[in-house]
Design a protein around this ligand. Sequence first.
Ligand code: 6R9
Length: 653
Amino acid sequence: MSTIEHASAIENLAHENRRFPPSPEFAAAANVTADIYREADADRLAFWADKAARLDWAEPWTQVLDWSDPPFAKWFVGGRLNVAVNCLDRHVAAGLGDRVAYHFEGEPGDTRTITYRELTERVCQAANTLTALGVQEGDRVAIYMPMIPETIIAMLACARIGAPHTVVFGGFSAEALRTRILDCDARVVITADGGYRKGSAVALKPAVDEALTGCPDVRSVLMVRRTGQDVAVTEGRDLWWHESVDRASTSHDAQAFDAEHPLYVMYTSGTTGKPKGILHTSGGYLTGCSFTQWETFDLKPETDVYWTAADIGWVTGHSYIVYGPLSNATTSVLYEGTPDTPHQGRWWEIVQKYGVTTLYCAPTAIRTFMKWGHQIPEGYDLSSLKLIGSVGEPINPEAYMWYREHIGGNRVPVIDTWWQTETGSIMISPLPGITAGKPGAAMSAMPGIGVDVVDEQGESVGNGQGGYLVLTEPWPSMLRTIWGDPERFKETYWSRFPGRYFAGDGAKRDEDGDLWLLGRVDDVMNVSGHRLSTTEIESALVSNPKVAEAAVVGVDDPVTGQAVAAFVILRKEAGDGGDHVTRELREHVAKEIGKIAQPRQIMVVAELPKTRSGKIMRRLLRDVAENRPVGDVTTLADSGVMDAIKTGMQSGA
Ligand code: 6R9
């Protein structure tokens, strides 16, 4: 093939033949059958109208979709609803007040069981307090909290009074918090003294104080006491939750808002430029996450114990810890801390303790568990699990197989779900009662969602080819704009392939037409004119039993344009590496996908730089591999990682 042909798409090198259909029992009891795809194809808008009718509307809509001014969509035009009422009051009214909404497990081992009735009362109290603080419909509220029930209560209280929230990761710096507060002009901040992480109390309030030195318009700070740490209190601005919310009335008359009323702004850090405030609205967003949670996780709200092990400050937490599960009256687990505190079996202890049926987490967690060894989960009873899922990054086939075998006991469906902050809910996934899953593949577009893979010119690629992932039709939970920057919204997502949503991810259709995600297109490497995906090479590395995690980047090369550089974390059994291991790994990649993909260098490291949602920050690795000063690290989960990597490299590891 010529370089020109290569340049038109991302090459598709890997092959996978394993298939895992659901058991006949699972399929027979599943919430949806294959008819759902036909139903959606026959009339997409009627399909979504039917799904929106799962919610309680105070006023019906008059039009399902208004797409007269693309890319600015309006869904369920004229409809009115209250999101918090849909998540709470209606379940209590239906007699489900005693159902557990959350089993909360604090990192130090403290627990709380919160029913739908109690959650409703707490949310009413918080709504009354926010109103008393002068928060009105449309005002923005920033939430900077640990993973505790009050975080959810705060979000729902905002939703209840029509005040869009912006949740900022508790791990982010004062500077990151300040830019987000300023960008959306929040006037109230809800925070805590601190939270527990890795066995110690980590302060949050000092970062708020520091951030607010540059935010003169913030008038109130509501603080939850979680750790009991000392906090500086600014008179007239700061007030304690237990002295305000806990004393407020537990009844609150909720008003309905327009379907397109803003629900929240969530900031995503792009690779360059300032973070984008992704705006989600009410009716379409709730329809999307409510329906997909029920459909994709085969949710049985009467009996399931559902656990999305993710941070609430990530969109996965918004859609699948808070809004999806609550709208479906689900019983969920909420865990505050890290997987290895106080021991590496903590997650599996939680699964056993609460009888978790459904676990949803990121591949980075799965690969960490692989590194620690399967002996750890083997010490617990995981037989309550009926479905396990993954989100956030491509799941390498070997990580999928490990998850399937050691967590799912080779008996439960595994779903790999692709979506983004921008999409609001799951867009590509197997349906567990229908699809014969392939390790590492997200398989097919969800019913009602239009997906295509296109080349540089925007033409659909054929089976067996890779290209750019696009969404071809508007969908209810889509972002409506970038907060305060509609031009950037158009430019970022809708200008590359006019009329279609450009996701920024590479994807391929395999010989059967099934979808595989290949990583961010910014990370695609160009080696001698071949466009190679980071994901496929990383998966080849992880398929070697010595490797737990791998990250590859393209680095400048005078001969080939770019060359592949790999950073690997070895499994415990593999020791510290050495020349023979890196040689073996280079040969392994050549054998698995071809000599063209062989890394020029392989560096053994102890950790990889990741965001709090577990995404590897390849641009920082590129800086290291090309001997540049390391760029912006403000969104790293652990800022010490880059120093460790650089030191390791200097000492010749
Ligand atoms: C939900 C979430 C979005 C980006 C997305 C893609 C990557 C997410 C994935 C996946 C391959 C999957 N991503 N799920 N890649 N397979 N199943 O992660 O949202 O934090 O906005 O990230 O994550 O690159 O474009 P967000």
